[in-house]
Design a protein around this ligand. Structure first.
Ligand SMILES: Nc1ncnc2c1ncn2[C@@H]1O[C@H](COP(=O)(O)OP(=O)(O)OP(=O)(O)O)[C@@H](O)[C@H]1O
Length: 573
């Protein structure tokens, strides 16, 4: 139940609704408790030949009580469901904001499908708890207490029979929560795993089909579905065992009420009306106990969900950033004895040092896996060096305000995300303040002018899944247009042409050249012809700098690593 403390935090902002509920719930319970009393008076009144007027009055009161229960229940449900929507919306917004501020490692541990399951599935389950369950459990607990109190007033011997029975049932319920929780958590984990798997495979559907991996994917899907089924069965078994026990116990309770009432009635110690009322209370008691137990499964689901959400919320934030900004103009770059490793273990960069003056262009080369992309990721502030300093414009990147950094430094990789949104929004990231002529100019600089003119709705054309498709080259040009729009002083290119065919690459190169002109740039590239315009070259091997210097000098030196790389690449072409 500790997990539900998260709920309490979100319910705290709902004072008015909670106050109204605090009035409505006891009112509803009181009305339910009054009904058997009215029944007793009616039965005893009828048997003792009471006046017709009094009996009609009692019947009218019973009807009013039943209507009252209906009105109060409807109002309670409407109020609690509104409260749940508002609270869960806030929780979901907090979760999204939280995830958006996590470092890249977070997304390695939590694939998008799993995050969607948590933000949607878990949060929706919580909505159910907030609206119905929690309130219902509270109301039913109050109802049980109320029934026992009413029974004491009615006939203390009957209450003595019921009190231990109800208490015993509640103790069993308490045990139930902890009992099924691990199974429920395992089931939810398996569901999230399945969702993550589906999300990843569907995103790569084209590759899977082309490479004939569809059958393997279906086999894997089957394995994960089996796992989910097995865990769901275990969870259902664990959750069902106790409610069945409680159901039997409550049936025994009703029989007990009947037996005790009949015995007392036979000895003349209980009026017929009181016996009826006692039986009504026994039936009434049966309802909350059963409701509580059958609802426990949902409650456990939610508690396990909260557990997983807390786990998500507890993930450490991205490393603290500073509030410094970059000085105006084109920033220089400096790596000073930088070492870095992703996970504890082998360093990916070791003691890397180099300097790039403002406006210079550095080509980073080396075999695959030698750490080239890591250099640009550190410069873009995606990771912090384990030791040493990475600075841009003379400011340690760790001390830069991330917004200032992103405003002045642009990273272009081979991954381009096209949102299912208008072209305009895809360029501005939903900033409506950017004027259209700037957008058109940026698209023109990126070489997308003719493409824009061919679009039926121009900047309003819908892009992304299910809408206007784009070739890999056009997507890459779109990424460049985003960068042109920001007019950064430092551009980082991480193999932007890697997934393009030679034709698309030839179309992209002029736009890339326009982008790099007059800016400081770090270019990671395998293909030597894209390094033709670099001023300096950095050659990495196993995370270490094995060569660094002017491109023309290195290219002319027959013994240089760079010359060797050019030769190898030339032979491969
Ligand atoms: N997110 C990550 N978590 C753990 N290890 C990583 C991660 N990213 C890269 N690595 C590892 O760090 C090393 C350097 O990776 P990096 O991407 O910098 O190499 P690269 O030189 O750019 O390679 P390529 O030319 O293939 O793109 C590799 O061994 C890689 O497996």
């Amino acid at each position: 139940m500790r997990q539900l403390s998260v709920l309490v935090r979100y319910l705290r902002g709902e004072r008015t609704a909670m106050t109204l509920l605090a009035v409505l719930v006891p009112a509803g319970i009181t009305l339910q408790l009054v009904a058997p009393y009215l029944l007793r008076a009616f039965v005893d009144g009828t048997l003792s030949g009471g006046s017709g007027g009094a009996l009609t009055g009692l019947a009218a009161w019973s009807l009013a009580a039943a209507l009252g229960v209906l009105v109060v229940t409807t109002a309670t449900e409407a109020l609690s469901s509104q409260l749940a929507w508002r609270s869960t919306d806030r929780l979901r917004a907090d979760l999204v904001a939280h995830c958006l501020s996590r470092p890249p490692e977070f997304y390695r541990g939590h694939p998008p499908g799993e995050l969607v399951e948590r933000m949607d599935g878990d949060v929706t389950r919580l909505a159910a708890v907030m609206s119905a369950l929690l309130l219902e459990l509270l109301a039913q607990a109050l109802l049980i207490a109320g029934i026992l109190a009413a029974l004491f007033r009615l006939e203390w011997r009957l209450a003595l029979v019921f009190a231990p029975f109800a208490a015993g049932t509640l103790v069993l319920l308490r045990a139930l929560v902890g009992h099924a929780m691990p199974y429920v958590t395992a089931r939810q984990r398996a569901a999230a795993d399945l969702q993550g798997f589906l999300e990843e495979r569907l995103a790569a559907a084209e590759d899977l089909r082309v490479n004939g991996a569809a059958r393997y994917t279906l086999r894997e899907l089957g394995r994960r579905q089996d796992d989910l089924y097995r865990r769901a069965r275990q969870a259902a078994r664990a959750s069902a065992r106790w409610p069945a026990t409680v159901q039997s116990l409550s049936a025994a309770g009703v029989v007990l009420a009947l037996a005790v009432s009949a015995w007392l009635h036979a000895r003349g110690q209980l009026s017929t009306g009181t016996a009826f009322a006692a039986l009504s209370y026994a039936m009434l008691l049966r309802r909350p106990l059963l409701a509580v137990t059958t609802r426990f499964r949902d409650l456990e689901d939610a508690a396990a969900g909260v557990h997983r959400l807390k786990d998500l919320l507890d993930h450490p934030a991205a490393p603290r950033t500073g509030d410094r900004t970059l000085p105006p103009g084109r920033p220089g770059v400096r790596f000073d004895r930088v070492s870095f490793c992703y996970d504890p273990g082998e360093p990916v960069l070791r003691d890397v040092s180099f300097t790039l003056r403002p406006g210079e262009r550095l080509g980073v080369v080396g075999r695959t896996g030698c750490g080239k992309s890591t250099v640009v990721r550190l410069l873009f502030g995606l990771h912090r060096p384990g030791s040493g300093t990475v600075s841009a414009g003379g400011v340690d990147v760790a001390e830069l305000d991330p917004r200032a950094l992103r405003g002045r430094v642009a990273l272009v990789t081979q991954e381009v995300h096209v949102f299912h949104a208008a072209l305009r929004d895809n360029l501005t990231f939903f900033d409506s303040a950017v004027p259209d002529d700037r957008l058109r100019a940026a698209l023109g600089e990126a070489g997308l002018g003719p493409w824009l003119r061919s679009l039926p709705d121009g900047l309003d054309t819908l892009l992304g899944a299910g809408a206007r498709g784009m070739s890999a080259g056009e997507e890459q040009q779109l990424a460049l247009a985003r960068v042109f729009l920001r007019d950064p002083g430092l551009v980082l290119l991480d193999e932007p042409t890697a997934r393009l065919d030679p034709y698309s690459e030839r179309l992209l190169v002029p736009a890339l050249e326009r982008l790099l002109a007059g800016r400081t740039a770090v270019v990671v590239e395998h293909r030597p012809h894209l390094l033709r315009t670099a001023d300096r070259i950095l050659v990495l091997e196993d995370g270490k700098v094995v060569e660094e210097g002017e491109r023309t000098v290195l290219a002319a030196d027959p013994a240089s690593h760079f010359r060797e790389l050019l030769r190898t690449a030339g032979a491969a072409r």
